[in-house]
Structure formats: C-alpha cells, structure tokens
Design a protein around this ligand. Structure first.
Ligand code: ADP
Ligand code: G6P
Length: 458
C-alpha cells in the first residue's frame, strides 16, 4: 500500500498539543516554531504524537496543516519519551550537564516507537515522496523507513547539538544510532562541529570511508552530513511587533512592572540546559553588592512548563522557585520584587510584547543546538533598541556575533556583561542590533528549509 503525501514531516510531536478532551494548543519548543510556518506554506502532512497517552485519533486538518497522529501508550511515554529521549539522549547530547540514564528497557521502547513511526511514514508517503524526519527522538527512523520504502528521499535534521565522540561513545547503542541516521540521504545539523563529529564517529565506529562530508556506504549509497543553522520567521515577527495592540501591550507591561529603568527578560522551557540558575545567581549578586536597587531593575523570567515528570526537571523547578523566592525575599520591597517569575505558556502576541518591552534579553544556555528565542528577540527589535546577552554555547552565537557574548559558567563575567548591556548608549545598541537583524532577516526559516530541501532533492 502507498500513501498520498508527496512531502512528509515526521516528528515526535505534532505542532499542536492536546489539552483536555477537546481542545488543542501549540506544542512547546523550537522545533514546532520553525517547522510550522514551513509546513503551512507547503502541501504535505505532519506525522507525530498528540502529547496525550493512549490516544488514537484519525488524521485531521489544523491551522492549514494536515496532521497524522501516531499513538503512544502511557508506558511508551514513560520509557521512550521521558526515558530514552529525555533522560538518556537529551542530557548526553547536551554536554552531560545532567547524568544520562543508560537502561536496556528504555532502549527497547525507543526501538519499538521508532519502528511505529517508520511504518506510519511508509504508509503515508506517496511513491518517490520526500520524507523529512526530525530530531533526536527518531534517529532510527531513517534506516527503518529505507528498508520499508527504498523509493523515497529521506532527510533528517537534528535540532539539538551532536556531541563529540568522547561523550557519544558512552552510549551502549552508539552503533545502532549511527546506522539509523545513515538511512537518510542527507543528515542536517545546527553547526559544522556537529556534522564533523558525526562523520568522524561513523568512520571510527562503523569503518566507513568519507570524503569531506560525504559518507560512502558499502551498498553504494552516499550520505551527506552538513550544517544548516535553523532560524525563525523573521517577516512574521517583524510585522506582529509593529501591530498597535502589541505595541500598546509592551507599554502596559512596563507600567505593570512599575516602570523600572531596566527590564531584563528570560524566555525558556524550564530546562536545566538553559542556564536559568546561573543567570539568576548573577542577577541576585548585583543586588547583594548594591549595584542594582529594588525598583531600578526587574527581571522577568518566563519558564515554560516542560517534561514535568522527568526527575531532573522536577528538581530544577524546585531549585529555581527556591532561588526566585530567596532573591525576592532578600532584596525586594513592597511592590518592587527584583524578579517576576511565570511558569506558564503564552501566545505569540504576548511574547512579542514581552520582547519589545525588554531592555536586556538574557539567553544563557549551558549548551543549546540553536536557541530561537535569541533570534526572535532580534526579529522583534525594529526600533534598534534592546541588548542581547547570549551564551557562547548556543548555536545562535555563530551568527549573532554582535550580541554581548558570555560564558554562562563565569558568574562574574555575566554580571559584567549584564551591567554593560544595561548601561550601553543607544548608538552602541543600534549598531549591534542593526547588524544582527541583517543576519536574521537574510537567513530566516524559509531559507533554512529551502536550502535543506534543495540539497536533499538534488
Ligand atoms: P527549545 O527548542 O529548547 O525550547 P528555543 O529557544 O530554540 O528552545 O525555542 C523555544 C521556542 O518556544 C521559541 O519559539 C519560544 O518563543 C517558544 N516559547 C518559549 N517559552 C514560551 C512560553 N512561555 N510561551 C510560549 N512560547 C514559548
Ligand atoms: C526541543 C527539542 C524538540 C522538542 C522541544 C519541546 O526544541 O529539540 O524536539 O519538541 O524541545 O520538548 P518536548 O519534550 O515538549 O517535545
């Protein structure tokens, strides 16, 4: 049996997430932010999980996209999604900033769910279709799908970092994962370093030969590994932030915060890779040292709920909430808390208003594939005001060289950069922002998708 989709996205998650029995909201994270606009402009289908356990739904249309749900049982949510994907691969691929769990039970669930996705993709794809598999949750799908459907073109894109060999080789199933990815015709990474880590590991672990980024396989196929830095829908954000209701809301936010001199902002999933703890520590010390006073600065930290049953995430939430309470308790005054903390999701309009209300955007991950929040902030600052403080360990730092670059492990360095960013004169902010906007405007998400898909199809 052959399906009818000539273009297919295969991702762990659909772009919408189940809330209650009847309604949907946008799924969290950068993958959905990037792929949804690409999909809305093309004909095709998106295959993925609804975010709820044990739910079997028929394909449906939503927001200009055709969606094909793949069910996961509650056991699979625990072992494949929370387990192997987010307690093994996620920390391992992010510099082991938390210890990865290696368990054969989790691995078995990962294989079984990847097999289900591959079968669903094989059923949905039209003859000769282009199938684009996304991210670390589905690294076995390319080779599984190739066995079922040798007629389709298979692309794979990894949204998170691909680690150096010293870390990757810890994985008991390292060969299987490399072989899984080699089922694709083109494997895309965020940074050139990820692509070269992958090629080196394939040579070493599988004994294959490679000429630059082209890996030659025994069956005569060539697999290309290349960097394609992902981006945002610059035009959409640039337009949204100029709308009068967003501009009015930005003003209102500053007033609600008590019209402080400096508004600092963090927008992240509540993830231990994002460096939230370190940035709040640096900010708290500026109050302890009297370099900032209550009422003078407010830090708005938006922390999106995420992976809430995984142990490291439970611990992180407790730590952050304790830390926020301590800083506010110690340095706040009535009606003047140094930190406004929100553990909530927001709509695009509210986020755009927050970006345009913030003088200093703090993006300080310990490791991040790209970090779209940094690019969204830049896209929202047509007024050329606002400073971006950006970690060297985010993929975005390769492109946004005019940000205030920081090492998030260096608390004193971060304090210095925060103060410099807060005190920078307008012409300096303008110079930096203009150059960063030029980069994001000319390298938006459409360009990213076109470059990847053109390379895949050629
Ligand atoms: P990650 O993919 O690791 O979550 P990114 O920074 O690349 O990190 O992407 C995060 C995406 O999620 C961005 O598009 C950002 O706007 C969105 N986002 C983050 N926090 C929220 C929130 N509280 N409400 C709505 N969207 C959010
Ligand atoms: C990151 C990952 C995505 C993931 C997203 C949200 O962006 O690269 O694959 O979808 O985080 O995480 P979640 O576990 O909620 O899907």
């Amino acid at each position: 049996m052959r399906g009818t989709s000539s273009f297919l996205i295969v991702a762990n998650r659909l772009p919408v997430d189940r809330v209650g029995e009847k309604s949907w909201r946008r799924s969290p994270g950068g993958l959905v932010t990037a792929i949804a606009p690409v999909m809305q402009r093309r004909d095709g289908a998106w295959l993925g999980w609804t975010g709820a356990a044990g739910e079997e739904l028929k394909p449906f249309d939503h927001d200009g996209m055709h969606l094909i749900p793949v069910p996961l049982s509650s056991m699979e949510v625990e072992f494949y999604y929370e387990g192997f994907s987010n307690a093994t691969l996620w920390p391992l691929y992010h510099d082991v900033v938390a210890p990865p769990i290696y368990s054969r039970v989790l691995w078995d669930a990962y294989k079984a769910v990847n097999d289900r996705f591959a079968r669903a993709a094989a059923d949905a794809a039209a003859p000769g279709a282009v199938v684009w598999v996304q991210d670390y949750q589905l690294q076995l799908v390319p080779s599984m799908l190739r066995k079922l459907r040798p007629d389709v073109k298979i692309g794979f894109f990894l949204h998170i970092p691909f680690p150096p060999g010293e870390l990757f080789q810890q994985l008991p199933w390292r060969r299987e994962l490399l072989e899984g990815l080699l089922g694709a015709d083109l494997v895309g990474f965020q940074r050139p370093g990820g692509a070269s880590n992958f090629v080196r590991l394939c040579r070493k672990m599988l004994g294959v030969s490679a000429v630059k980024n082209d890996i030659q396989l025994d069956d005569g196929r060539t697999v290309r590994a290349e960097a394609y830095p992902i981006s945002v829908d610059f035009g959409e954000l640039d337009q949204l932030v100029r709308e009068s209701h967003v501009m009015a809301r930005a003003k209102e936010i500053r007033a609600e915060l008590g019209d402080p001199e400096h508004v600092l902002l963090g927008v992240d999933r509540l993830d231990y890779t994002k460096g939230i703890r370190a940035r709040l520590k640096a900010y708290g010390e500026l109050f302890a040292e009297g370099r900032l006073k209550p009422g003078e600065a407010v830090f708005v930290q938006v922390a999106t709920p995420t992976r809430e049953r995984v142990e490291e995430y439970i611990r992180l939430r407790n730590d952050i909430e304790l830390q926020v309470g301590r800083i506010n308790g110690e340095y706040g005054e009535i009606g003047r808390a140094p930190i406004t903390y929100m553990h909530q999701s927001f709509g695009r309009d509210e986020l755009a208003a927050l970006y345009s209300a913030a003088d200093v955007m703090m993006v300080t991950p310990l490791r991040d594939g790209m970090n779209l929040v940094a690019k969204e902030y830049v896209a929202c600052r047509h007024d050329l005001r606002g400073a971006l403080v950006l970690s060297e360990f985010a993929g975005a730092a390769d492109e946004l060289r005019q940000a205030y670059l920081v090492n998030p492990y260096d608390i004193d360095g971060m304090k210095r950069s925060m103060m410099t960013a807060m005190q920078a004169p307008p012409h300096e902010l303008g110079r930096r922002m203009r150059s960063m906007r030029r980069r994001v405007a000319t390298h938006d998400v459409d360009r990213w998708a076109n470059e990847f898909l053109t390379a895949l199809e050629s």
